[in-house]
Design a protein around this ligand. Structure first.
Ligand code: ADP
Length: 153
């Protein structure tokens, strides 16, 4: 399926959808949190990506399921290893803002081959970002379901 359609209406409709229409609550942990605690948080919160912040709640990294699996296999003491050792760190974090178009985010998820992005807001002082939300492949699936529901109406 090429995704090509004779009606421009659907693609116009999609272009108008913003990130904040489909966002989820972010799951955030502080960078000194142990790998063990991060795994517990991931299970309790039922999420696949954790956003890592410093003491000022500025975004410093991202930890995924496989990052935690890798750390657990390495024979390190996961109770004492902080997540800051294993996280993907700034400035290598792919982010978006709540007014960005959802399709722009979908492109980022596909091109970077990642499951989700933090939705961020620039902090008033300094150069950092505050995490205000999360957008994932699951949110994209909800969007697809909504589009199918509205089809022909
Ligand atoms: P997993 O492979 O664990 O199912 P992902 O595909 O999301 O999860 O993550 C793959 C790798 O990309 C991991 O090392 C993770 O730290 C990193 N990663 C995840 N999300 C982001 C992001 N938004 N920006 C940069 N790197 C990310």
């Amino acid at each position: 399926y090429t995704g090509k359609t004779d009606s421009p209406a659907l693609s116009d409709e999609i272009q108008k959808i913003k990130v904040h229409h489909y966002q989820s609550r972010p799951v955030i942990v502080e960078q000194s949190t142990s790998v063990y605690e991060a795994i517990c948080t991931m299970f309790l919160e039922d999420c696949g990506t954790l956003f890592i912040v410093d003491k000022q709640t500025t975004l410093v990294g991202v930890v995924s399921r496989k990052d935690l699996l890798r750390a657990s296999m390495g024979g390190q003491a996961i109770e004492t290893t902080p997540v800051s050792i294993i996280m993907t760190r700034m400035p290598n974090i792919t982010m978006c803002e709540k007014e960005d178009s959802i399709i722009e985010v979908a492109h980022k998820l596909i091109s970077r081959q990642i499951d989700g992005l933090p939705i961020v807001k620039k902090v008033d002082v300094g150069s950092g970002y505050e995490v205000v939300g999360r957008i994932t492949k699951t949110n994209m699936t909800s969007l697809l379901v909504d589009l199918a529901k509205n089809e022909g109406t």
